[in-house]
Ligand binder design. Sequence first.
Ligand code: PMP
Length: 372
Amino acid sequence: MTDSKPLTLDDLPVRDELRGKSPYGAPQLDVPVQLNTNENPYPLPEPLVERIAERVAEAARGLNRYPDRDAVELRTELARYLTRTGGHPVATENVWAANGSNEVIQQLLQTFGGPGRTAIGFEPSYSMHGLIARGTGTGWISGPRNEDFTIDVAAAEKAIAEHRPDVVFITSPNNPTGTAVEAETVLALYEAAQAARPSLVVVDEAYVEFSHRASLLPLIENRPHLVVSRTMSKAFGAAGLRLGYLAAHPAVVDAVQLVRLPYHLSAVTQATALAALEHTDTLLGYVEQLKAERDRLVGELRTAGYEVTDSDANFVQFGRFEDSHTAWRRILDHGVLVRDNGVPGWLRVTAGTPTENDAFLDAVRQLKKEQS
Ligand code: PMP
């Protein structure tokens, strides 16, 4: 090419709605304490690493063949896990799995959203819901929340009645605020959504294992338009695995198969996830430690003079800052990476190991001193 100006994506014939946009992603900075992406700080235990190696070696011997397209063994084990921990019996036919819950959400929007359709979420919430909506050509509606970040039920019902969305997202516990949603709220919004269209209600429970409250999974009973989505990225400490799943009426599982790519879940992924599920009890033990650390962060941040949103997740929203981005930068200067989610006045910190959390607490105590 002789042209001196380098070609950028803006020069390409991309879809109009993608023009001028940037890809989603938290900064991946190489700093000593990384508490910005709600990962589990504990590496997988060695016996599990060995089990993964065994299971993957077994899978490798059959990699000349496509994997089990319907991931039946994995879905059966996920159903067993949900039945054991979710307070509701779940069968293989109720469960679908994909590469992270992001892909689950994408498949749901490809199936139930799409051009000419809309989805609603109550913001601030997980920004990927809106971004995946955009990527699938689904219109996005930003619904309201109360000042304390709980869902304003009356306002949410009104927004649903007015916009008649095809898909409703409810994130519990919510990211980035940590706020759990009451079952009554989900039921009220489900009723509103059914009266308006009817639409699909997706309860995103990515962080539910860290909650003080029970899962909303039992609500799928007799509610064929209610979906609960989950992930192995947080409680199972396996963000690198990319395994998300949903539980819903079997008809929803049939429906997403209309859009899933054939063999979307590799044999290596299925083998690794199955190995991790064999070690559920050990992994849930780490969850208990992280819950205690999360509660310690809430207490210590309040003692240090910060406002903190009650958290049911493995992270804590704290503030308030006149300029949260400057505060984010100051904390980073102390070698601690937290997240600026763009919620004015607030930042979010993921619960790490006790040592990482101590480093974070030192940094924010220091920041308080600098500011006073
Ligand atoms: N839902 C929520 C609320 C999240 O915060 C995240 C990850 N940050 C996800 C879904 C996606 O997780 P994954 O794709 O790793 O399963």
